[in-house]
Write a protein that binds this ligand. Sequence first.
Ligand code: CFM
Length: 546
Amino acid sequence: MATLKKKLVQWEPTDIKEELLKKYPPKVARKRAKQILINEAQENETPEISANVRTVPGIITMRGCTYAGCKGVILGPTRDIVNITHGPIGCGFYSWLTRRNQTDASAEGAENYMTYCFSTDMQDEDIIFGGEKKLEKAIQEAYDTFHPKAIAVFATCPVGLIGDDIHAVAKKMKEKLADCNVFAFSCEGYKGVSQSAGHHIANNQIFRHVVGENDEEKDGEYKINLLGEYNIGGDGFEIDRILKKCGITNIATFSGNSTYDQFASAPKADLSTVMCHRSINYVADMLETKYGIPWIKVNFIGAEATAKSLRKIAQYFGDKKLIDRVEEVIAEEMPEVKAVAEDVYPRTEGKTAMLFVGGSRAHHYQELFAEMGMKTLSAGYEFAHRDDYEGREVIPTLRVDADSRNIEEIEVEADEARYSPRKSSEEMEKLEEAGFKFKHYDGMIPDMDKGTLIIDDLNQYEAEKLVEILKPDVFCAGIKEKFSIQKLGVPMKQLHSYDSGGPYAGFKGAINFYKEIDRLVNSRIWGYMKAPWQETPELSATYVWE
Ligand code: CFM
């Protein structure tokens, strides 16, 4: 172990970057160079990072496809919509319960279709002669069997290639079935450069076909929406527990542990809180434009971040009763969190981490590591956009390329009957003067130290190189990375599925995470692994870039 620790800090970030790029053909190296940024940690002076661009073919990316982002990520956690994959069976099968979103269907009469895998199972003849009839039959069959309140149809790559009009089929069946909302998503896997395009396609259609469908008033005080929280490993359950304890009413979660009615009722909230900015910021914007609901960024990953987010919500409503209750809850929850943090701290302090996850967790989880005294050496997203790195200020300057133009932007206007500003402009100004920021996200970069490496769309080759050079105490990514990293002698924590652990959100989640990471970074088993560079030490400190 001692020999491994020695290797830290002996590489300059510029040398590491050169080392990562060295093997590539010049054209690929030039492209990747723009996606690898050495952090200046100076607000607003950070040079731009290239993100949301195509992966070079042949590179083993960590990304997923557009269909995965639509069907799996956004619609996956909603229990009472029948989700039919129109395509060959593999797409439906692969997205069948592979994401660890949980749901609570224990209420009497609760519908839950999440455990089912619905697919049209397209065959060669459907590809040749068209699959619309088969889709129509599948919708009818699902309706006859379950009588769900909604059926969603998802396009896979071949559907787009052969030109099946899934929207026409959905429209026809909606009219025919009358008491079932049927809508479709043109989320062919190839549609965008990653799953991020699928989030956008999914949210547009949910906004168009479901949001606002239920106009009934909802009970409760301090009504919020929780956007971009997907209840992975029960995170949403923990957040809901805390919100409830504070007396805050969660009208709709998009989309962890959600139902059709939650989406339909979202306009009834008085504040939208955004967890995962990447996957859902456009819904927050649309809810504001159409219904007048302001939005703020929150983060329930990390105990301090959770406390801060609760205080922000309370400050927004500005009611003394809520402000006091939130303080009481924080005071009640924190001692246990602090006790565990203090216990692990001597063992975790000074340890190092790398995080390459999706489009928000690589940022959020740095909070939890910081609470344990751990330092993030390098981090990056798989598919986030520049605003998730550099902050929302860059949005007006984002380049619209052929791939992003491919994804529909829906025009939303204020709803004549239902638009009502939740706060007067004076009240909003007052909050802003007191330091409150609406529609605001600074991104990952300002929170990272100078000299750290921020890498977009990291691939397998670069991941192994990075680990080899910097030897972190823990590497965080997903299942595809898990074993190649562990074979290098470094513990690997899955931050998508949590390795079947969790929850890690909120106060109880922080406790789980501290304990888990303490076990991982202090396990002696990693010391027994022989990594290739331990046998070929020329790759260590003696290396000089020419
Ligand atoms: Fe948002 Fe997510 Fe993420 Fe994401 Fe995801 Fe996920 Fe993720 Mo895996 S919505 S961007 S597409 S926080 S499934 S719950 S863990 S890559 S960092």
